[in-house]
Ligand binder design. Structure first.
Ligand code: 5RP
Length: 228
């Protein structure tokens, strides 16, 4: 049986949800704001939505080269993240969001920069399609390992961590994935953070998240979390 027509419909439904969530988030950006731009296919819809708003005097930082390039093509000013010491808002996609607001990010291997940008933002807004909410996080959990001693870090982390076949990050890190049990994400996050070879992991706690905008069909559902 040829399922290609169904497959195309499923793909475009998710894409349309990503676009609607992104467009709702773009409305939260105001003239004069400093803005963190995430990475991924949902953020690819956010950038044109921000550009269409013709905002004045926004200053943006990007979490990946791909985002910086798309933003500049659309006329959105992007600067290096070394002169701004805080951001008014950051908007990014997610791979998973649990009912209690934990995220798994880093499917696009940009989680180190994404976490630094989210941590600098007054409000961190998460956007996604209806496939992203989960009862409990499933994984895998993306990792970025310092290049220095990466083989020894991998040996310490054990068989649950596998290298990902992608180039090094722009910061020289090695990308890997933790494929073991997640259990309590706070416990796993603390365990990963305790290893000196782990530069970043893709678990983002609810205390980092201000609002999650998930689109189901044509409706964008908004949930608030503690933020900072
Ligand atoms: C990149 C990310 C992305 O935000 C995450 O993978 C979601 O991607 P998409 O919007 O393409 O579904 O964390 O590192």
């Amino acid at each position: 049986m040829d399922n290609s027509a169904n497959r195309v419909r499923v793909v475009s439904a998710a894409d349309s949800e990503k676009r609607l969530a992104a467009e709702a988030a773009a409305e939260l950006v105001e003239s004069g704001m400093t803005v963190g731009l995430g990475t991924g296919s949902t953020v690819a819809h956010l950038l044109p939505a921000i550009a269409r708003r013709e905002l004045r005097n926004i200053r943006c930082v990007a979490t990946s080269v791909a985002t910086a390039e798309q933003a500049r093509e659309l006329g959105i000013p992007v600067e290096e993240f070394n002169s701004l010491n805080r951001l008014d808002i950051a908007i990014d996609g997610t791979d998973e969001v649990s009912a209690d607001g934990w995220l798994i990010k880093g499917g696009g291997a940009a989680h180190l920069r994404e976490k630094i940008v989210a941590a600098a933002a007054e409000r961190f807004i998460v956007i996604g399609d209806s496939s992203k909410p989960v009862e409990a996080l499933r994984g895998p959990v993306p990792l970025e390992l310092f290049g220095f001693g990466a083989a020894s870090t991998l040996a310490r982390l054990g068989a649950e961590v596998e290298l990902r076949d992608v180039p090094s990050s722009p910061d020289g890190g090695t990308i890997a994935d933790y494929r073991g049990e997640i259990g309590d994400p706070a416990v796993l996050a603390a365990r990963l953070e305790a290893d000196p070879g782990v530069a970043a992991h893709g678990l983002f706690p609810p205390t980092m998240v201000s609002e999650v905008l998930i689109c189901r069909g044509e409706t964008v559902e908004r949930s608030s979390f503690p933020g900072r």
